[in-house]
Structures are given as C-alpha cells and as structure tokens.
Design a protein around this ligand. Structure first.
Ligand SMILES: [Zn+2]
Length: 144
C-alpha cells in the first residue's frame, strides 16, 4: 500500500485559526498578520530549514484566519513583515545577531531574552495596532 497523507493533516491549522479569531472576538480585539511578502521573505531566509509543506501550511493558516475573522467580524490588518524576527519588541533594536538560533531571541542592546516566535508576534501585534489606529484616524469624519 502506498503511503497516504492522513485526512486530518489540516485540523491543527483550523484549530489554531479558530483559537486566534475566537480569542480576538471574546476580548474585543483585532488580529494582525504579516503581509504577503513575509511568505517570500520567510522562504528566502529559511530556505535551508523550511519545507514547501511548512510554508504552504503557514500560508494556509493566514488564509484560514482571514476567512474566520471576516466571518466573525473581527478586524484584521496586514503589517509590514520587515525585520519582525530581528527587531526587539522591548526596545526596537534591529540586529541579525539578536537571533543566536532559531528558537531564541536575545537583544544585543537591552539584553531581554524570550522565545523568538513570541518576540516576533509582539512586533506584529504592535505594528497591527499602529496600522489599525492609523486606518481609523484616516477614516474619521471631519468635525462639524
Ligand atoms: Zn532590546
């Protein structure tokens, strides 16, 4: 019998995207994702360690979040993905050396240490808040 991909391969992606959207909905918040170029960037940066399935899953997760956020009325913004993994979410310092390895983030300026994915997600969230606020301000009607 040939090996077959199990029929449940997509379930974690659905579960994670649902968790993101329901948490945003419950807490009256929005969600932020890296813009499209991030996928190219990530593929380029991590070509050595990223399989095509992994980048496809990453893309699929973004698509599921977008779909579920729209359905739930949760605001979703896309942010500039540049340096989200190299920038310190505490002090803003950008340095390739802030990433001694794939999992770890250690800021060479302020010394803060945390999981690299957590640092990146905080950068994305902060950029999302800026983009959301800027968008709302630009949409406000002129005072009467
Ligand atoms: Zn720092």
């Amino acid at each position: 019998m040939p090996e077959r991909k199990p029929a449940t391969w997509w379930r974690p992606t659905h579960r994670i995207s649902k968790s993101v959207v329901t948490t945003a909905e419950r807490t009256s918040r929005g969600a932020a994702l890296e813009g499209l170029s991030s996928i190219r960037e990530r593929v380029r940066l991590r070509k050595d360690q990223r399989t095509s399935l992994h980048s496809w899953s990453f893309h699929q997760l973004g698509a599921f979040i977008a779909y579920k956020a729209k359905r739930a009325g949760v605001p979703l913004v896309y942010v500039d993905p540049a340096y989200t993994s190299r920038q310190c979410c505490e002090c803003g310092h950008i340095d390739r050396k802030n990433r001694p390895n794939q999992a770890e983030f250690t800021c060479n300026a302020c010394g803060v240490t945390m999981h690299a994915d957590y640092n990146s997600s905080r950068n994305i969230a902060a950029r999302g808040a800026v983009a959301w606020t800027a968008g709302r301000q630009s949409c406000l009607p002129e005072p009467a």
